[in-house]
Ligand binder design. Sequence first.
Ligand code: NAD
Length: 243
Amino acid sequence: MPLSILLNGAKGRMGEAIARTAGELGLSIGAALDAGDDVAHHLPTTDVIIDFSSHRATPALLDLAVTHRKPIVIGTTGHSADEKAHLMKIAGKVPCVWAGNFSVGVNLLFALTRRASAVLGSDYDAEVVEMHHRFKKDAPSGTAARLLEIILEERKLDASALRHGREGITGERTAGEVGIHALRGGDVVGDHTVMFAALGERIELTHKASDRGIFARGALRAAQWIVHQPAGVYDMQDVLGLK
Ligand code: NAD
């Protein structure tokens, strides 16, 4: 029996990409829902939920997933760190894949960033630059947030090290800070660069997405994977076996 997928945020850019890609892969979207639709009504006949909607939708959707014991794939971004920490505890009650980016290339970028952060000491200044289309509602992107988390983890720093853009008389850059810069414009699907700059050399790791199909394929792969897993929160590194 093919999986019956409930797609939340179906009228959005990602929702449309997922529906299109599901068709190409021979998967069926059992319920394509958007704001105002009755999710609970469709859950009894759903095998797995895929959510690419709004950060405001996540708490109620997760509660429903737990009540109905349904696996869930969450691609929505824009949650604050506190919100996400709270939601993660609820998400762990069902099988859940939560990823700020579902592309295979970006997940390799995560692994390369971890390796570079470990090898290059704090005299290599770390900065993250991201660019997205003019319609994006949150900044920095979920992917940039994950790249920053990785750098902070490897350098044993906390969030107070982050510098969101710079303006005015900032003083010289300190070794312990990590910069993040969010550019917005046009129809850019998603560019991320992690830069490590020392005196005399600079390393840049860059990923550029040109088609939302990469996130859609990853999310559908995650949906097929998560239905066979026990309760717990997983990420795309788990789905791809990169851990
Ligand atoms: P979008 O604005 O084009 O679409 C969002 C859709 O969600 C809209 O149709 C909107 O009506 C709907 N929506 C809003 N509130 C809702 C609710 N309460 N219940 C159901 N639907 C609701 O945005 P998009 O570009 O499709 O992105 C959607 C989300 O996915 C964003 O948070 C974005 O950052 C994220 N995203 C994640 C990845 C990833 O790989 N994790 C990739 C791209 C986008």
